[in-house]
Write a protein that binds this ligand. Structure first.
Ligand code: PFF
Length: 453
């Protein structure tokens, strides 16, 4: 099916309900869950961070996702158009989203590239020298050329998926690959928990020690919730715009949120018990999975260890891919809907900018390129989006829905004109209108301030 090029043509729809849930979950489940969540939890003290993150997912993430789906489906337009069609003065919220998409895609494909590089590295003998795995990762990411080639390959995969349009590309990829990933993670988690000494890892992850919490930890948990659920940048607005009128938005939101959160927790359970069993450092940073997982499988040894390691990094690459295509799609559908570009032109222009940013991000890890407050491009793109842009974007979407849209129209959209009951509508509406914007403002201001202290 061809994807519509202008807003006057009928919009391409998701082939089936399951297809939509899988694709939206595919957007949500990605490097954020498997790469970022464990290392952020490790750096932020474990259990207390996880508890706050879960609270944010339930009270803020769920509500913001439902808001984004409703706004997207109601308008049938992507990020910028969705706001503009209601009130031109709100277009900037969509533009912030498109900029966030570009910035996240300024480092995400770098890590996606590492993931596919690790499939190759494991297949060609990385596990045979377990002592060298840590140094090998450091050497690899600071190399000026190699990670760039893998990043390029990773971006090409994205281009191939997005160029085929919504029902052709993204949906098919999501349907096949998501269940595979889930199965691999369960396998890895079971293996990790069977190791002697593993229970200390579970305790680290689930036993909150609130004395370790300060405002930077709270902001990290909020940022993690937004990043992981793909919120605050119009991604779920864009996906929602392709959603059929008869689907139940509340149920869809609940399914996507539950899937995303269970994968993050599962990734934690796959990582921490093994780390504690091997006496590794939980605050090891972004290299965590690239060091811990290969080491875990190297110690396991044999063909089973090799196969599981391969499957893990294939799963990680796939999860990353189904997320980054959604990031690319946000920028692409903006260029199609607002700038009248052909899909292929939009895909190539957006990818060119992303590749350019990624070169800076990747080089910064080897200490090459410009810095700001001694922070390199990779960390700047990550910090800006994760800690500021997404939270502010989420806050603005809520203010838009609560104060600019009409309550009864929102209720109609969410309940499909009264076809479904949503007894918590009043609670959701008040959260979105009053509580969430306020909560985000406080967490963001306190967290950013503490970051500078
Ligand atoms: N949620 C994705 C992940 O966890 O890896 C990243 C992401 C995708 C963030 C799409 C934002 C977005 F709009």
């Amino acid at each position: 099916m061809a994807t519509s090029n202008t807003t006057t043509q009928p919009r391409d729809n998701w082939g089936s309900k399951l297809g939509f849930v899988m694709a939206a979950a595919g957007s949500a489940v990605g490097l954020g869950n498997i790469w970022k969540f464990p290392y952020t939890a490790g750096e932020s003290g474990g259990g207390a961070f996880v508890a706050i993150y879960l609270l944010f997912v339930i009270f803020i993430g769920f509500s913001v996702m439902l808001t984004e789906f409703a706004v997207g489906r109601k308008t049938g337009l992507s990020a910028v158009g969705a706001f503009k069609s209601t009130d031109r003065r709100w277009s900037f919220v969509g533009v912030i989203g498109v900029v966030s998409g570009l910035l996240i895609m300024g480092f995400y494909p770098v890590v996606g590239g590492w993931a596919i590089a690790y499939i190759y590295k494991i297949a060609t003998g990385l596990l045979s020298t377990p002592e060298a795995i840590g140094d090998s990762f450091g050497g690899f990411i600071s190399n000026p050329i190699q990670p760039l080639l893998w990043m390029g390959l990773y971006l090409i995969f994205n281009i191939l998926v997005v160029i085929k349009g919504i029902s052709g590309g993204i949906e098919k990829a999501g349907k096949v690959l998501m269940p595979l990933l889930f199965a691999i993670l369960i396998l890895v988690a079971v293996k990790g928990m069977s190791l002697p000494g593993a229970s200390a890892g579970l305790e680290f992850l689930f036993k909150p020690d609130f004395s370790k919490v300060d405002s930077t930890v709270v902001l990290a948990a909020l940022g993690q919730a937004f990043f992981s659920l793909s919120l605050g940048m119009g991604c779920m607005i864009t996906y929602g715009s392709y959603l059929k009128k008869k689907e139940n938005l509340v149920q869809t939101t609940a399914m996507v949120t539950a899937m995303d959160t269970s994968v993050a927790i599962l990734a934690g359970v796959a990582m921490f018990p093994a780390m504690f069993a091997f006496n590794m450092e939980p605050a090891a940073g972004p290299g965590l999975i690239f060091v811990v997982v290969p080491q875990l499988f190297a110690e396991m040894g044999g063909i089973v260890g090799l196969l599981l390691a391969l499957l893990f990094f294939i799963g990680l690459s796939v999860a990353a891919l189904t997320s980054s295509v959604s990031l690319l799609e946000v920028v692409v559908s903006y260029l199609i809907d607002e700038k009248g570009m052909k899909r292929s032109t939009a895909v190539f222009s957006a990818s060119a900018v992303m590749a350019f940013l990624c070169v800076f991000a990747s080089l910064s890890l080897g200490g090459v390129g410009p810095t700001l407050f001694e922070t390199g491009a990779f960390d700047i793109f990550d910090l800006l989006t994760d800690k500021i842009f997404l939270a502010v974007g989420g806050m603005l979407v809520c203010i838009f829905a609560g104060w600019r849209l009409n309550r009864s129209e929102l209720e109609k959209e969410i309940t499909n004109d009264g076809e479904f009951k949503f007894p918590l509508f009043g609670l959701w509406y008040n959260l979105v209108k009053y509580v969430i914007p306020f909560a985000i403002a406080i967490v963001a201001i306190a967290g950013v301030k503490a970051g500078f202290d």
